[in-house]
Design a protein around this ligand. Structure first.
Ligand code: MN
Length: 328
């Protein structure tokens, strides 16, 4: 990974943001932006007068659903033209915003991922929190921004989502949630209702999951199972279902657009504990095949132009190699 980054402190980050508060600011999220990214943007937007949220392309299903109830939606934009400043949130490297024309000046990156990619010398605040939402919360506290219950509950949703519903939570994640709940009228039940798409029946998602299960193929490595499938939408939901069915690692390729790679991967926590990382697997494949890959150890994605079937086979091979190593 490149070390050519201009790392700044939290205090410096806050002072830059404060200088920008009356200007026209774009909050830029990674491709296929997730709940943590969107939650961070909604919360940070409260400190600016003129603000917009965007991603280069593709808004994840949960964010589409959640943003229906919010004033600020995620636009698909390809350039920062017309904005005074850009704050990039929840993105670990330039490949995560590939296709976006980021002007050199007045860009600030705020990220929480463990490995930081190349930002070509732009100012970057990086802290290894479990979610980007926690960093934004710290920033807003330092700026004395008053947080509404709506914003608080978005931030909590960001923490819950990125910790895999607390599975990967740390004392700091619980502290943030505790502070956000304190003095609010929010209940965790409401947050989970917003987060869990299961709370609203969705026939198309259910059918996608059924189809994905029907098309599932599996590879056995000793006592472990890797499964793969293809689907036209809801690949993340199919992945989760494949884990529920007993897969240790699952990969699902979205087949909606031709010559496109859009693979979702999920791994059981037990695999992650034994050293398996989908984020690593996909970011390596991303570098090798000029795709965008990244995410978390147990849940990640690979996107871009290319041969999706071939990438699915390669992902399967590499997961198999990892499990082969465990068997020895
Ligand atoms: Mn995140």
């Amino acid at each position: 990974m490149s070390t050519d980054n201009k790392l700044i402190t939290l205090e410096e980050t806050v002072s830059i943001l404060e200088q920008w508060k009356d200007d026209k600011v774009l909050l830029l999220l990674h491709i296929n932006c997730d709940i943590d990214a969107y939650a961070s943007a909604v919360a940070l937007s409260t400190m600016f007068k003129d603000v917009q949220i965007a991603t280069p392309y593709s808004v994840s299903h949960p964010v589409k659903r959640i943003s229906q109830d919010h004033e600020l939606k995620v636009e698909e934009l390809s350039t920062s033209e017309g904005f005074d400043h850009v704050v990039v949130l929840d993105s670990s490297s330039l490949v995560q915003i590939k296709g976006f024309d980021l002007l050199k000046e007045d860009v600030l990156i705020i990220d929480h991922h463990a490995s930081i990619g190349d930002w070509e010398g732009r100012p970057l605040y990086s802290a290894k929190e479990t979610s980007n939402a926690e960093i934004v919360f710290q920033i807003l506290k330092m700026l004395d921004v008053e947080l509404t219950d709506e914003v608080r509950s978005m931030l909590i949703a960001g923490v819950v989502a990125d910790t895999g519903k607390f599975r990967y939570a740390t004392p700091a994640s619980f502290n943030a949630i505790s502070e956000l709940l304190e003095g609010s009228n929010i209940t965790m039940d409401e947050v989970f209702q917003v987060l869990e798409d299961e709370s609203t029946p969705d026939a198309s998602r259910t059918i996608a999951v059924f189809k994905g299960i029907k098309r599932m193929q599996y590879t056995r490595v000793g006592e472990h199972m890797i499964s793969t499938s293809t689907i036209g939408s809801f690949e993340a939901a199919v992945c989760r279902a494949l884990l529920l069915c007993g897969s240790d690692i699952a990969f699902v390729q979205n087949t909606k657009s031709r010559n496109a790679v859009r693979i979702s991967g999920r791994a059981r926590p037990a695999m992650v504990r034994q050293g398996f990382s989908l984020a690593e697997l996909f970011s390596q494949m991303g570098e090798e095949f000029e795709l965008q890959g990244g995410g978390h150890d147990g849940a990640a994605g690979l996107n871009g132009r290319g041969d999706g079937d071939r990438m699915l086979r390669i992902a399967l091979e590499r997961a198999k190699e990892f499990l082969d190593g465990l068997e020895k």
